[in-house]
Design a binder for this molecule. Structure first.
Ligand code: UGA
Length: 431
């Protein structure tokens, strides 16, 4: 099939490359010239394991352009994968989705199936279809096809997806979507294919992300009680996970979730429900717990040190999770802001997102490319992201290199006996 994909962010680009991999001819459209030029040279603009290799492998079936008219005119299926960022009131900003729709309408010379991959509030596909078919010579069929990939494992999550969810409103687009995804539903991929109405598909996305956010906030609250009772959250979570009904994943206690999805999608569903006259109490609690959790290390440091003025602090790990250079809603941002407000001197290290961090904080903090230099002569350390190099760091060096070996670990990276043996004053979450 000939497919166009609007937007070359995580959802758009990974979808495009994976669609090419399963035999379709795909044209990626983006307004960002710099990005498109990189892609044309087969350089991946985002840090994502395996994506560039797949781009190279599929290079004969995937094209990149800023000329939307050319791309949309020649295909009958168009995926929308542009961002739906959070507005000030927590609702989703659909400006970019509407912009792409206007562009599609302006250059269409035939009927189109428009597949919305972007995370949009429930009811959006219906609204978009009405908007596009008003005074139109051609028919636009809208399909909801939410994305479930995680950053860092995006290619694997797409080709070996847990499920493909497709919401349609008519037989024509239902058949097109079945045909489009058929290669993924067969061996070797065997991905389950779930067909439903568009509102349900839109809801699956929010309900899934918000459930995972809730699961994290729940285990974080249990961790907070573990701290007060002498229980160890690692043992508790591991044992809970053996129950298939609970499951082992997303039970890792820490300093809260970040990223471009959970913080945004929890607020968006809460806002949507509120507008319908319903208060989504579980989701609002997950949001509240997460805000509290992000401040745990700084509160503990203040308790221990009193004033943080002129204290020299090393922040290890900046991205919102390992395997990505994405800083959106990363607890590193909240914590560095608070440390600066309290007058601390801040050194930071991250294996890949240092340059992005520099763009935000410029000369307000100090940047390093290895852990040794970052912690040298520091009064305490904050661990924000559980990168492999941080987890595997030689614990003895904290004592050797720091002014005082005090480590506040927001990701439970180290074994409690080993830190004790290394003579570190250590605080982690729920242990
Ligand atoms: C999330 C979902 O996992 C994907 O299924 C979804 O497609 C995606 O959002 C999206 O909506 O686009 P992602 O934001 O890439 O994916 O990251 P996750 O791996 O889900 O992690 C989110 C945050 O939760 C991270 O800050 C991570 O550190 C934190 N987390 C995760 C925990 O604190 N504990 C856990 O046990 C798991």
């Amino acid at each position: 099939m000939k497919i166009a994909v609007a937007g070359t962010g995580y959802a758009g680009l990974v979808t495009a490359v994976c669609l090419a991999k399963i035999g379709h001819t795909v044209t990626c459209v983006d307004v960002d010239k710099e990005k498109i030029n990189m892609l044309k040279k087969l350089k991946c603009p985002i840090y994502e394991d395996g994506l560039e290799e797949l781009m190279v492998q599929c290079k004969n079936d995937i094209f990149y352009t800023t000329e939307y008219a050319e791309a949309y005119k020649n295909c009958n299926v168009i995926f929308i994968g542009v961002g739906t960022p959070e507005k000030e009131d927590g609702s989703a900003n659909l400006e970019y989705v509407y912009k792409v729709c206007d562009e599609i309408k302006s250059c269409s010379r035939s009927d189109k199936v428009i597949v919305v991959k972007s995370t949009v509030p429930i009811g959006t596909n219906k609204k978009l279809e009405l908007y596009m078919n008003n005074n139109s010579k051609y028919k636009f069929h809208f399909v909801s096809n939410p994305e479930f990939l995680s950053q860092g494992t995006a290619v694997r999550d797409t080709l070996n997806a847990s499920r493909i969810v497709v919401g349609t409103n008519d037989n024509y687009s239902r058949k097109i979507m079945e045909e489009l995804y058929r290669p993924l539903t067969k061996s070797p991929y065997n991905v389950p294919y779930l067909s439903m109405n568009r509102e349900s598909a839109e809801m699956v996305k929010y309900a899934s992300n918000d459930f995972l956010a809730l699961k994290i906030s729940y285990i974080n609250e249990i961790a907070n009680i573990c701290e007060k009772t002498g229980a160890n959250i690692d043992d508790v979570a591991l044992s809970m996970g053996y129950d298939d009904r609970i499951g082992k994943k997303f039970l890792k206690a820490g300093m809260g979730y970040g990223g471009s999805c959970f913080p945004k999608d929890t607020k968006a569903l809460y806002y949507l429900a509120k507008n319908l006259g319903y208060e989504l109490k579980t989701v609002s609690s997950a949001i509240e717990v997460n805000l509290y959790q992000k401040q745990k290390l700084i509160n503990k440091a203040k308790e221990d040190f009193g004033s943080l003025e002129n204290k020299k602090v090393a922040v290890l790990g900046l991205s919102f999770k390992p395997g990505t250079d994405d800083l959106r809603e990363s607890p590193a941002i909240d914590n560095v802001n608070m440390l600066l407000d309290y007058g601390a001197v801040v050194n930071v290290y991250d294996p890949i997102s240092i340059d992005k961090f520099k763009k935000i904080y410029k000369n307000k903090i100090n940047y390093y490319h290895n852990i040794d230099d970052t912690i040298k002569d520091c009064d305490f350390v904050f661990i924000i992201t559980e990168w492999k190099e941080i987890v595997e760091y030689d614990l003895n060096k904290y004592k050797d290199l720091m002014n005082t070996a005090v480590v506040y670990d927001g990701r439970n990276c180290y074994n409690l006996d080993e830190v004790l043996e290394a003579g570190i004053k250590y605080y982690s979450i729920g242990r």
